[in-house]
Design a protein around this ligand. Structure first.
Ligand code: HEC
Length: 158
Protein backbone atom coordinates (compact mmCIF):
# COMPACT_ATOMS: atom_id res chain seq x y z
CA UNK A 1 0.00 0.00 0.00
CA UNK A 2 1.13 3.52 -0.74
CA UNK A 3 2.61 5.15 2.39
CA UNK A 4 0.54 8.28 1.98
CA UNK A 5 -2.64 6.35 1.52
CA UNK A 6 -1.77 4.55 4.73
CA UNK A 7 -1.21 7.91 6.44
CA UNK A 8 -4.56 9.16 5.24
CA UNK A 9 -6.20 6.02 6.60
CA UNK A 10 -4.70 6.21 10.10
CA UNK A 11 -7.36 8.50 11.59
CA UNK A 12 -10.06 6.33 10.01
CA UNK A 13 -8.49 3.33 11.68
CA UNK A 14 -8.65 5.21 14.98
CA UNK A 15 -4.90 5.51 15.35
CA UNK A 16 -3.71 8.63 17.16
CA UNK A 17 -2.42 11.55 15.08
CA UNK A 18 0.86 11.35 16.96
CA UNK A 19 1.84 8.23 15.04
CA UNK A 20 1.24 10.14 11.79
CA UNK A 21 3.53 12.90 13.03
CA UNK A 22 6.09 10.26 13.88
CA UNK A 23 6.14 8.98 10.30
CA UNK A 24 6.48 12.49 8.84
CA UNK A 25 9.27 13.30 11.27
CA UNK A 26 11.07 10.09 10.36
CA UNK A 27 11.00 11.09 6.68
CA UNK A 28 12.21 14.65 7.29
CA UNK A 29 14.97 13.72 9.74
CA UNK A 30 18.38 14.39 8.09
CA UNK A 31 20.16 11.28 6.79
CA UNK A 32 23.57 12.97 6.94
CA UNK A 33 25.32 12.45 10.31
CA UNK A 34 25.12 15.55 12.51
CA UNK A 35 28.88 16.10 12.53
CA UNK A 36 28.95 16.36 8.69
CA UNK A 37 25.66 18.14 8.16
CA UNK A 38 26.86 21.73 8.27
CA UNK A 39 29.60 21.09 5.72
CA UNK A 40 27.48 18.92 3.43
CA UNK A 41 24.80 21.62 3.29
CA UNK A 42 27.33 23.98 1.65
CA UNK A 43 27.71 21.68 -1.42
CA UNK A 44 25.95 23.24 -4.40
CA UNK A 45 24.90 21.66 -7.66
CA UNK A 46 27.43 23.07 -10.15
CA UNK A 47 25.17 22.34 -13.14
CA UNK A 48 22.49 24.73 -14.39
CA UNK A 49 19.02 23.18 -14.84
CA UNK A 50 18.88 23.42 -18.64
CA UNK A 51 16.87 21.29 -21.02
CA UNK A 52 20.05 19.38 -21.81
CA UNK A 53 21.21 18.63 -18.25
CA UNK A 54 17.70 17.68 -17.15
CA UNK A 55 17.28 15.36 -20.14
CA UNK A 56 20.54 13.67 -19.18
CA UNK A 57 19.33 13.31 -15.59
CA UNK A 58 16.04 11.79 -16.68
CA UNK A 59 17.84 9.30 -18.91
CA UNK A 60 20.04 8.21 -16.00
CA UNK A 61 17.09 8.06 -13.58
CA UNK A 62 15.14 5.72 -15.81
CA UNK A 63 18.08 3.93 -17.39
CA UNK A 64 21.59 3.13 -16.24
CA UNK A 65 21.12 4.32 -12.64
CA UNK A 66 17.76 2.48 -12.31
CA UNK A 67 16.42 4.96 -9.71
CA UNK A 68 12.98 4.44 -11.22
CA UNK A 69 13.03 0.78 -10.14
CA UNK A 70 12.42 1.87 -6.54
CA UNK A 71 11.32 5.50 -6.77
CA UNK A 72 8.99 4.98 -9.73
CA UNK A 73 9.05 6.80 -13.07
CA UNK A 74 6.58 9.16 -11.45
CA UNK A 75 9.03 9.74 -8.55
CA UNK A 76 6.42 8.78 -5.98
CA UNK A 77 8.31 5.84 -4.51
CA UNK A 78 6.77 2.37 -4.41
CA UNK A 79 4.47 3.40 -7.21
CA UNK A 80 2.32 1.11 -9.24
CA UNK A 81 5.45 -0.21 -10.90
CA UNK A 82 6.88 -1.67 -7.69
CA UNK A 83 5.93 -4.84 -5.92
CA UNK A 84 5.39 -3.91 -2.24
CA UNK A 85 7.14 -6.23 0.14
CA UNK A 86 10.22 -6.64 -2.02
CA UNK A 87 12.09 -3.93 -0.12
CA UNK A 88 13.37 -4.09 3.43
CA UNK A 89 13.38 -1.06 5.74
CA UNK A 90 11.73 2.30 5.08
CA UNK A 91 9.91 2.97 1.83
CA UNK A 92 11.74 4.67 -1.06
CA UNK A 93 11.37 8.41 -0.85
CA UNK A 94 8.42 10.11 -2.55
CA UNK A 95 10.11 12.87 -4.56
CA UNK A 96 6.81 14.72 -5.11
CA UNK A 97 6.65 15.42 -1.34
CA UNK A 98 7.22 19.21 -1.28
CA UNK A 99 7.89 19.29 2.46
CA UNK A 100 10.70 16.78 2.01
CA UNK A 101 12.07 18.64 -1.04
CA UNK A 102 12.23 21.85 1.02
CA UNK A 103 13.83 20.10 3.99
CA UNK A 104 16.79 18.81 1.95
CA UNK A 105 19.67 20.80 0.44
CA UNK A 106 21.34 19.68 -2.81
CA UNK A 107 24.38 18.72 -0.75
CA UNK A 108 22.37 16.32 1.39
CA UNK A 109 21.01 14.64 -1.73
CA UNK A 110 24.50 14.21 -3.18
CA UNK A 111 25.70 12.82 0.14
CA UNK A 112 23.02 10.12 -0.10
CA UNK A 113 24.20 9.18 -3.58
CA UNK A 114 27.75 8.87 -2.23
CA UNK A 115 26.90 7.05 1.00
CA UNK A 116 23.47 5.51 0.64
CA UNK A 117 21.08 5.45 3.60
CA UNK A 118 22.23 2.87 6.11
CA UNK A 119 19.75 0.15 6.99
CA UNK A 120 17.62 0.80 3.90
CA UNK A 121 17.54 -0.35 0.28
CA UNK A 122 19.10 2.98 -0.76
CA UNK A 123 22.66 2.09 -1.75
CA UNK A 124 25.62 4.33 -2.67
CA UNK A 125 25.72 5.03 -6.44
CA UNK A 126 28.93 7.11 -6.64
CA UNK A 127 31.44 6.07 -7.98
CA UNK A 128 30.35 2.60 -9.09
CA UNK A 129 27.28 3.52 -11.14
CA UNK A 130 27.39 7.30 -11.39
CA UNK A 131 30.18 9.83 -11.70
CA UNK A 132 29.73 12.86 -9.48
CA UNK A 133 28.72 14.94 -12.52
CA UNK A 134 26.09 12.36 -13.54
CA UNK A 135 24.81 12.36 -9.95
CA UNK A 136 24.26 16.12 -10.13
CA UNK A 137 22.37 15.59 -13.41
CA UNK A 138 20.10 12.99 -11.79
CA UNK A 139 19.50 15.34 -8.87
CA UNK A 140 18.37 18.14 -11.22
CA UNK A 141 15.73 15.69 -12.40
CA UNK A 142 14.84 14.60 -8.83
CA UNK A 143 14.24 18.27 -7.97
CA UNK A 144 11.72 18.59 -10.81
CA UNK A 145 9.42 16.09 -9.13
CA UNK A 146 8.88 18.68 -6.41
CA UNK A 147 7.70 21.27 -8.92
CA UNK A 148 4.71 19.50 -10.44
CA UNK A 149 6.44 19.32 -13.80
CA UNK A 150 8.40 16.07 -13.80
CA UNK A 151 7.83 12.80 -15.54
CA UNK A 152 4.47 13.97 -16.86
CA UNK A 153 6.12 14.15 -20.28
CA UNK A 154 4.10 12.11 -22.78
CA UNK A 155 6.79 9.48 -23.35
CA UNK A 156 6.43 8.45 -19.70
CA UNK A 157 2.87 7.36 -20.06
CA UNK A 158 2.47 3.59 -20.29
C1 HEC B 1 16.82 -0.57 -4.48
C2 HEC B 1 15.86 0.52 -4.35
C3 HEC B 1 16.38 1.93 -4.62
C4 HEC B 1 17.03 2.39 -5.74
C5 HEC B 1 17.44 1.62 -7.00
C6 HEC B 1 17.23 3.81 -5.52
N1 HEC B 1 16.73 4.18 -4.32
FE1 HEC B 1 16.80 6.05 -3.51
N2 HEC B 1 15.87 5.36 -1.84
C7 HEC B 1 15.46 4.06 -1.61
C8 HEC B 1 14.93 3.97 -0.27
C9 HEC B 1 14.37 2.72 0.38
C10 HEC B 1 15.02 5.26 0.30
C11 HEC B 1 14.60 5.69 1.70
C12 HEC B 1 15.82 5.73 2.58
C13 HEC B 1 15.57 6.38 3.91
O1 HEC B 1 14.42 6.53 4.32
O2 HEC B 1 16.56 6.77 4.53
C14 HEC B 1 15.62 6.10 -0.72
C15 HEC B 1 15.90 7.44 -0.53
C16 HEC B 1 16.44 8.28 -1.48
C17 HEC B 1 16.67 9.68 -1.30
C18 HEC B 1 16.28 10.47 -0.09
C19 HEC B 1 17.26 10.49 1.04
C20 HEC B 1 16.87 11.53 2.03
O3 HEC B 1 17.75 12.33 2.38
O4 HEC B 1 15.71 11.60 2.46
C21 HEC B 1 17.21 10.16 -2.47
C22 HEC B 1 17.61 11.59 -2.79
C23 HEC B 1 17.31 9.04 -3.37
N3 HEC B 1 16.85 7.91 -2.74
C24 HEC B 1 17.78 9.14 -4.65
C25 HEC B 1 17.92 8.05 -5.50
C26 HEC B 1 18.48 8.16 -6.83
C27 HEC B 1 18.86 9.47 -7.52
C28 HEC B 1 18.54 6.90 -7.33
C29 HEC B 1 19.16 6.46 -8.64
C30 HEC B 1 20.54 6.87 -8.83
C31 HEC B 1 18.00 6.00 -6.30
N4 HEC B 1 17.63 6.74 -5.22
C32 HEC B 1 17.86 4.63 -6.43
C33 HEC B 1 15.55 3.02 -2.50
C34 HEC B 1 16.19 3.06 -3.73
Amino acid sequence: MNAYLLLALLPVLGLPAISVLGVVEAILKPRVPVNQLQQVRTWKNPLPPTEETIAKGKKLFEGKAFCATCHGRDGKGLGADIEPGTLKGPLPRNFTDKEWQTARTDGELLWILKNGSKGTAMAPFIPLILTEEEAWEVLLYVRLFGQNRPAAAPENQP
